[in-house]
Design a binder for this molecule. Sequence first.
Ligand code: AMP
Ligand code: TRP
Length: 327
Amino acid sequence: MTRVFSGIKPTGKVHLGNVFGALVRWTEEQHRAESIYCVVDLHALTVPQDPTELRQSTLRLAQILLAVGIDPTVSTLFVQGHVPEHSEGAWLMECTAAFGELRRMTQFKDKSDKSDFVSGGLFTYPALMAADILLYDTDEVPVGDDQRQHVELARDLAERFNSRYGQTFTVPRATFPVAGARVMDLQNPTAKMSKSEDDAPGTILFLDEPRTIEKKIKRAVTDTESEVRFDVATKPGVSNLLSILGAATGRTPEQAADGYTQYGPLKADTAAAVIECLAPMQARYAELAADPGETARILAEGAAKARAQAATTLARARDHIGLLPAL
Ligand code: AMP
Ligand code: TRP
């Protein structure tokens, strides 16, 4: 059976782009493939975090994944920091990766250019991500386009390790969402909706109330025509609304455009569809938030399952690379 692995960082607030572009897709994958999903708290440490906030956001993100529909009886859901094999695997990957290879990672270049303090971890981040993926004999890694280069690196490292030390790791490949799964900023529809800006009017948050969702969608940027048509190049704002309406109602953006001649009704229906789609997820989230013990139990079980697999792969890698076994 195909094995799928993906991870998401517990930083910033979860928004509609995360839900439609990643999380809903993960819930679908779990019925097709053996799926493993990870809240990657170690990856969050590449920039300084507030400890209390990090603990809370890690738990909250796990609750959101459950609320969106990750089923812990079908998938493995765990927190990266609960499985120490990831850190050890990362060292093996750091020693397999070339310095120049890591230096070419565009995400590192972008992020290090923008900050005064650049941690060593920010530089080796893709080696930890490679370990995440390779420890589970992963076949497929559903990610957004921005992670393409990191998954390529994981492939290269798996192949290099295998050719140096003998068959050890499965070589993974990235899979990407279908067109239309990319949610754009409501105020700036040529940029991706993102979680960096706090409470930005162009970002719909997973936990936004219906009133807020209505207001944000009503104020979404459109254009000076009044024709409703899916055409990303010339009508980015309207096309984004159609993508969102489609995603919320299980249709393509083109299908969602059917019957609309004005922006007002399109916005009203898009808001209603988003509210209706999020409502059961938000309700489930509220239940989970009221009983953190339940999530903690689910995560402990997930970590135990994950650890058994990761430890097997890591033992193989340790053996092949020549580390002396401890008695
Ligand atoms: P990030 O919020 O960048 O940490 O991404 C977490 C996951 O959500 C990744 O799989 C991204 O590809 C996906 N994602 C983030 N923003 C969007 C967006 N605006 N539209 C679609 N998918 C997104
Ligand atoms: N780097 C990914 C991101 O920023 C998160 C991530 C960490 C990940 N480890 C992973 C994604 C392993 C897929 C597989 O979105």
